[in-house]
Design a protein around this ligand. Sequence first.
Ligand SMILES: C[S@@+](CC[C@H](N)C(=O)[O-])C[C@H]1O[C@@H](n2cnc3c(N)ncnc32)[C@H](O)[C@@H]1O
Length: 265
Amino acid sequence: MRSLKLAVTTSRSQTSNLVCQARQIAWELKVPYIGRDGRSLEAIATAHKVEGIIVVSPQRVSCVTRAGEFFYHPSLARMRIKEINNGKTDQMIEAMSISPGNTVLDCTMGLGTDAVVASYVTGAGGRLVGLESSAVIAFLVGRGLATYPEPDRDIAAALRRVQVLQADHREYLRMLAPGSFDIVYFDPMFRLPRRKSPAINVMRTLADPDSLERETIHLALKVAVKRVVVKEGRDSSELRRLGFKNIYGGRYAPVVYGVMDGQGA
Ligand SMILES: C[S@@+](CC[C@H](N)C(=O)[O-])C[C@H]1O[C@@H](n2cnc3c(N)ncnc32)[C@H](O)[C@@H]1O
């Protein structure tokens, strides 16, 4: 994947604490720290020829690109968890056939919405590992999951349980022992239509756009005890290309889930 040229700065109201945090993040992500000095983000981007700026403000840490601002928020996960608690079916959870205590490897973590919903359902006895190849997404979402001030105790616990690793799932799956996780899950960028929502458009500028390879599904099948699940657009031919025959999803839902049994199913 092509990485954007990034830098880190603070909000215009710059305190020594924010500067210290910004410098630390710049060091962690191995990108330059640039003092804000009252300038607009556009002025900094032009002067330093960067395409994305990580901004440390008193409210949050976000990444601003031409497409908009990317930052962690659990609102969609919260909505889905509420519906699960109201007895509604969550198609992803159905497709995964998750039980409390299961271990789940989310190979395409993104904003972590699916990971948090799965983490909530697996509960304190389960384990949720989220892989994300984009360094900036892994950093911002990892930090958000660890620190977001979620008022609901159980949802906050689900956020904190997600263990984020910056890794390419192809490399990570290759080094795992057979049967390392109950469920292996993929939700690749490939299918997402353009200009669906501002949040997706910003994420697109930071995310890894690759489609899945058949070899990756074979690797996942060795790692999964129960199931390998892939989310795709209803009209996409991707699931067929990847060899999925068993498809879950609501009759009118825009997305469906391809399911293959793991080695212990
Ligand atoms: C559509 S998003 C996932 C959204 C996520 N399911 C959620 O609920 O927020 C896909 C994510 O997978 C990441 N990705 C794509 N290829 C990857 C790879 N080979 N390894 C790890 N992450 C990858 C992208 O950078 C992007 O952030």
